[in-house]
Ligand binder design. Structure first.
Ligand SMILES: Cc1cc2nc3c(=O)[nH]c(=O)nc-3n(C[C@H](O)[C@H](O)[C@H](O)COP(=O)(O)O)c2cc1C
Length: 63
């Protein structure tokens, strides 16, 4: 959300081999990967559009 607020396109994903990422980047540390995220400025003519979302009023009620 922070990166998108800065205008970046983001591609978070959990579907990868976490053991290999941990071995490549975090061997010998207590750090472990949670997800990876591609960041950049996409070509608007090629970036896949967002799927439909429910509106706030369809999903929330403020009491
Ligand atoms: C932490 C996290 C991990 C995700 N992992 C995957 C993934 O492994 N494969 C996938 O197709 N989408 C994954 N997604 C969803 C997509 O990255 C993307 O958020 C989704 O397609 C909706 O795109 P949008 O938020 O731009 O509308 C993940 C999203 C998050 C937040």
């Amino acid at each position: 959300m922070a990166a998108r607020a800065l205008g970046l396109d983001c591609g978070p994903m959990s579907g990868f081999d976490a053991d290999k990422v941990n071995a490549a980047f975090f061997a010998g540390t207590s750090v472990r990967v949670n997800f990876v995220c591609g960041l950049g400025y996409g070509d608007p003519s090629k970036v896949f559009g967002r799927s439909p979302r429910l509106s706030f009023d369809e999903t929330c009620r403020v009491a």
